[in-house]
Design a protein around this ligand. Structure first.
Ligand code: HEC
Length: 107
């Protein structure tokens, strides 16, 4: 019983250490980023990314945009608009992860 329990814990710890689909971003950081996306980004882009002060970031709205442009927009902001730079907070890889989440659709 005890052996089964510690085996279960070892499996859980191993699974938690695996990046789900965020190459190299650990699960804790992914959950932080997901929260940032709805809370911080959502304060302008809408909790469900349908738009607000900032434009909608739904998959259809981004379909024509290049990943590179979107990552750059997140890292450097858009000068002259309310879109702030996030370089102080996010790595390039994390910005790319956010773009991938937006393309999947944030629910
Ligand atoms: C203070 C308000 C504000 C916050 C906070 C904000 N944005 Fe923006 N964002 C904007 C505005 C306004 C634009 C449109 C800029 C323009 O006119 O080109 C924009 C544009 C964008 C674009 C480009 C959309 C396109 O169609 O080209 C992306 C991607 C984006 N934001 C992602 C994010 C992400 C991810 C976050 C959180 C890390 C975030 N934004 C936080 C206001 C905000």
């Amino acid at each position: 019983m005890r052996a089964a329990l510690s085996f279960g814990l070892a499996v859980a710890a191993f699974a938690a250490a695996l990046p789900a689909h965020g190459e190299g971003i650990d699960v804790a950081r992914q959950s932080y980023l997901a929260n940032l996306l709805t809370q911080d980004c959502g304060s302008c882009h809408g909790l469900t990314m349908k738009g607000g002060l900032g434009p909608a970031l739904l998959p259809a709205a981004l379909a024509e945009r290049d990943d590179a442009v979107l990552v750059e927009t997140i890292l450097d902001g858009r000068p002259g608009t309310p879109m702030p730079p996030w370089r102080f907070e996010l790595s390039q890889q994390e910005a790319a992860w956010l773009v991938a989440r937006l393309r999947e659709g944030v629910r």
